[in-house]
Design a protein around this ligand. Sequence first.
Ligand SMILES: [Zn+2]
Length: 142
Amino acid sequence: MARKIGKSNDGREMHFSAGVIVEHQGRYLMLDRKNPPFGFACPAGHIDEGESPEDAAKREVLEETAIKLSTVKLILEEEVPWNYCRSTTVHYWYLYKASSQSEEIILNKEEETSIGWYAVDEIKKLNLEPVWKYWLEKIKII
Ligand SMILES: [Zn+2]
């Protein structure tokens, strides 16, 4: 699938991303990214052409963790002018929240070097991917 492409406010080629903060009994699902930008992050990825942000959010969680979410709740959307990937320097983000009944997760070796459930105090000590440090501070989880 081709990723959805747009233009940022300042005219750069922009991708669209969806990410999900998944909670289970007071802990949050974090993974150590294998691809740049590096650092611990919540499940997230590019939105494909013709795909809804919500479907992309659920698909990324499934691909990266094997958790199947039936509902996700949109908490914010925002253009992040400094968030890069291999091919562009700006992304428009849709950020969701969800809770998982199950704590069973599967490591996807293509996407992450580790994955686990973390309490807030533990998240504060992780080397977070910049955009996730930004989100988690913005919504006051850390
Ligand atoms: Zn991108």
